[in-house]
Design a protein. Structure first.
Length: 421
């Protein structure tokens, strides 16, 4: 749905977060008559509307959403409105994990190579604040993907496994909502090593689209990042640690190459070296105890924790695990730990940590200590009782049991371990 489609219609904005506020300002600037519903308490405003611009935080499983949809109200969103007018200059990135790193890296590589590129969407500024020309790289969450009717010209899917199930209603609904990003894309970029993901994406994309896979001429593994005929970057020279991050960088290089095929491949590869790690994504932070503390607070699913632990396959690790419990299946992490020989001390926090302890501690083969609160887990991590030289905050759960968001959780840990001035 385009902004021009809203002219002369009764329009309401549902939710006044970042996207809701930007939508309201844009509609008012275009002279479109618009009302606002800040919450479900303003249901009558929504019932009177023909079109509702819904904020991404409002679940499609809510009773009010179902009532409005059944009554014939049309829904759209900032992401859908933007893409309907700007798909040709858009590169969209989604995935259960890796989308922030990949989208940031694409924008960086294009800029490094001289192509004007802005980063927006789920990361960075609102899409409605993006420049009027140039390439826009948008990170798209599952909440945002659910609403779109037009795909970006280039769509990237980094990974896919269950998450946010209460919001979407089921695992299959989550997958289907995510993959709306590729439905009308001209080019789709996917990691070739993930056969199940390739199969799902192939089913969801248009028959006219071109599928591009990493793993052949452009690949990432334990040897680093290699582009046949162009060059390679060994692991120690990559800006991010871990094979999973090398694969995200490979996706970014391939997406930039697909979007702008005239760019010099060697320049794109050089640009990888100058990319900076995202805050709260496998970031080494200063500590007062001489250990290596890693902030991976963005890891909110068990598969992301596995990827983080895999960076240290032969080292003992103290893992701060847990947070708010949204009912995700934690058995993949437990299965990984049972096959891991290097010891992990699990420092469990929050309801999700407690559930992991109840369901999986027996026979795990690793020490399990339940602390409840972050501060207590960090205190043990700093103490002489901790035999590990690596302490990893990779919680595999949201932060809302103790904190307002993942950044607030990371800030607290950093304060607790900070060296004295």
């Amino acid at each position: 749905m385009r902004f021009s489609d809203l002219e002369g219609r009764k329009v309401a904005v549902w939710g006044l977060g970042l996207e809701g506020r930007s939508a309201l300002a844009e509609l008012q600037a275009r002279g479109i008559d618009v009302t606002v519903a800040e919450s479900d308490a303003d249901a009558d405003v929504l019932r009177a509307a023909e079109v509702v611009v819904k904020s991404p935080g409002i679940p499609v499983t809510s009773a009010l959403y179902g009532e409005l949809a059944a009554s014939g109200v049309h829904f759209t969103s900032v992401t859908d409105l933007f893409l309907s007018d700007n798909a040709a200059r858009a590169i969209g990135v989604t995935g259960t994990k890796g989308k922030s790193t990949t989208s940031s890296a694409i924008a960086h590589l294009l800029t490094y190579a001289g192509v004007p590129a802005a980063l927006a969407g789920n990361i960075g500024a609102s899409l409605l604040d993006a420049p009027a020309d140039g390439t826009v790289v948008l990170e798209v969450s599952s909440y945002q993907a659910q609403s779109i009717t037009v795909s970006p010209r280039v769509a990237v899917v980094t990974s896919l496994f269950p998450e946010h199930l209460p919001w979407h209603g089921s695992e299959e609904a989550y997958f289907a909502d995510k993959l709306k990003l590729v439905a009308t894309a001209e080019h789709v970029v996917v990691p070739g090593h993930d056969e199940a993901l390739v199969a799902r994406v192939t089913q969801a994309m248009s028959a006219d689209a071109t599928l591009h896979l990493t793993g052949d001429m452009l690949r990432a593994d334990e040897s680093g990042l290699t582009w046949d005929g162009v060059g390679s970057i060994p692991p120690g020279e990559l800006p991010l640690i871990g094979v999973h991050n090398a694969r995200n960088l490979a996706l970014a290089v391939l997406a930039a190459h697909v979007a702008e095929p005239s760019l010099d491949p060697a320049t794109l590869l050089d640009g990888v070296r100058t990319f900076a790690a995202l805050t709260h994504r496998m970031e080494t932070v200063p500590s007062k105890d001489g250990r290596r503390w890693i902030d991976d607070s963005l890891a909110t699913a068990p598969e992301a924790v596995i990827a983080a632990l895999s960076v240290f396959p032969d080292e003992p690790v103290a893992l701060i695990l847990g947070g708010a419990d949204r009912g995700l299946d934690l058995s993949p992490l437990a299965d990984y730990l049972r096959t891991r020989h290097s010891p992990v001390h699990l420092l469990l926090i929050g309801p999700a940590g407690s559930r992991f302890g109840r369901e999986h501690a027996d026979g795990l083969g690793h020490a399990v200590l339940e602390f409840g609160r972050m501060a207590d887990a960090v205190a043990w991590g700093l103490s002489v009782a901790n035999p590990a030289q690596v302490v990893l905050l990779s919680p595999g759960a949201p932060s809302f049991d103790e904190y307002k968001d993942y950044a607030d959780r990371a800030r607290h840990m950093r304060e607790l371990i900070a060296p004295a001035d």
